[in-house]
Write a protein that binds this ligand. Structure first.
Ligand SMILES: [Zn+2]
Length: 113
């Protein structure tokens, strides 16, 4: 599952940032994930539990915000939400759309001591 690799990046970045801030432990990490990353929150939580073990993030909470996919229509500029494979404008039926949300993968904030 690709969540392991993704989560490894999250844990590494978080631990590095906490070390830079001279923190002794991480209490929680807030992340935002777009649905088009195909990351499953459950799998991510599992990976986080495994990968944070024996780091200063061990026992911390991973708070995940999932963002739905959203696109803007290139024909009529309507903004609309959609699933993974159905980016079609509900206003005019155009397939000429630009994805504006859904591929996010970022750490928003951390609570450290
Ligand atoms: Zn349209």
């Amino acid at each position: 599952m690709h969540e392991m690799g993704i989560c490894d990046g999250i844990v590494s970045a978080a631990v590095e940032a906490a070390n830079d801030a001279k923190a002794s432990r991480i209490n929680s990490i807030d992340v935002t994930i777009g649905v088009l990353t195909e990351i499953q929150e459950e799998a991510l939580q599992f990976a986080f539990g495994v990968l944070s073990k024996d780091t200063i993030a061990e026992g911390s909470t991973l708070a995940v915000t999932m963002l739905p996919a959203k696109s803007v229509c290139g024909e009529c500029s309507a903004e609309f939400g959609h699933g993974r494979f159905d980016a079609k404008c509900p206003e005019c039926g155009s397939f000429v759309c630009t994805l504006v949300q859904g591929r996010e993968l970022r750490i928003d904030s951390m609570d450290i001591d």
